[in-house]
Design a protein around this ligand. Structure first.
Ligand SMILES: Nc1ncnc2c1ncn2[C@@H]1O[C@H](COP(=O)(O)OP(=O)(O)OP(=O)(O)O)[C@@H](O)[C@H]1O
Ligand SMILES: [Mg+2]
Length: 242
């Protein structure tokens, strides 16, 4: 789906690289790493918002996919209603307004916001705003979904619900997901593969495949699931002490 080819990124100093990475189509990949490791930079490179200083980002069949970007801050326009926020990217790219509107209503109901279409962002809770931002990404029929700590600000119950909704959307829509988080448990629960980034400059420190079946019930969870969480937690601790 996506290939990072010997990427380097510099601003005044080297930020990232060398970094080579192959992301398979339809995979769910989580990215962990300390603050400043370059996780958000990696997502921006993946979406072509910024260009690498050297190296290249390649897409499958050399075709840039539709990309949905969910930022940590839901970035809604306060004067636009929920439905008009969701329609914003489609207004810029799509010619079929009627179809876009149908899709916007569909995705808002998928994320549990039926009836809130005409509310303004300041009438929504933090979790609801995040749902709007997920619907906004999905309305573009994205096949690559980039998520930067999307659930970090939410309470645990809402967060778990949104994680499971996301898995459902991922499974049903043949998406490729790159998911940045600071939560090791969340990373392991969601993903089939967890990347750990180290900082200064950002590199891939470890690349762990998760084969365990996911469950929220601790007693159903395999010991490998916990040993992967421990393993990853220890890598991050070591990395932070250096
Ligand atoms: N536009 C920019 N100009 C200069 N330096 C930048 C710019 N964007 C990011 N950086 C630097 O690049 C490094 C990586 O930043 P990035 O935002 O990718 O980190 P991160 O891993 O997402 O951190 P966090 O977990 O805190 O979100 C940081 O040292 C940051 O200061
Ligand atoms: Mg970041």
């Amino acid at each position: 789906m996506l290939k990072f080819n010997k990427i380097y990124k510099e601003y005044d100093t080297p930020i990232l690289g060398p970094l080579s990475l192959d992301i398979k189509k339809n995979s769910f990949v989580s990215i962990l790493g300390s603050s400043g490791a370059g996780k958000s930079t990696l997502l921006r490179l993946a979406s072509n918002i910024i260009k690498p200083t050297s190296g290249s980002v390649e897409y499958l069949n050399n075709e840039k996919p539709n990309i949905g970007f969910v930022f940590q801050d839901p970035t809604l326009l306060p004067w636009r209603s929920v439905i008009d926020n969701v329609l914003l990217p489609a207004e810029l790219t799509s010619e079929n307004k009627k179809l876009s509107k149908q899709k916007a209503y569909f995705w808002l109901s998928k994320v549990g916001l039926e009836g809130k279409e005409n509310s303004l962002p300041n009438q929504l809770s933090g979790g609801q705003k995040m749902r709007v931002s997920i619907a906004r990404a999905m309305v573009q029929d994205c096949s690559l979904l980039l998520m930067d700590e999307p659930f970090a600000a939410l309470d645990e119950v809402t967060r778990n619900k949104l994680e499971d909704d996301l898995l459902d959307i991922w499974e049903k829509n043949k998406l490729t997901v790159l998911f940045v988080t600071h939560s090791v448990t969340e990373a392991v629960y969601l993903a089939e593969r967890v990347l750990v980034m180290s900082s200064s400059p950002g590199k891939i420190l470890d690349d762990v495949v998760i084969t365990e079946k996911r469950s929220r019930d601790d007693s159903q969870q395999s010991s490998e699931f916990f040993s992967k969480i421990n393993y990853l937690t220890n890598i991050l601790k070591k990395e932070n002490n250096e």
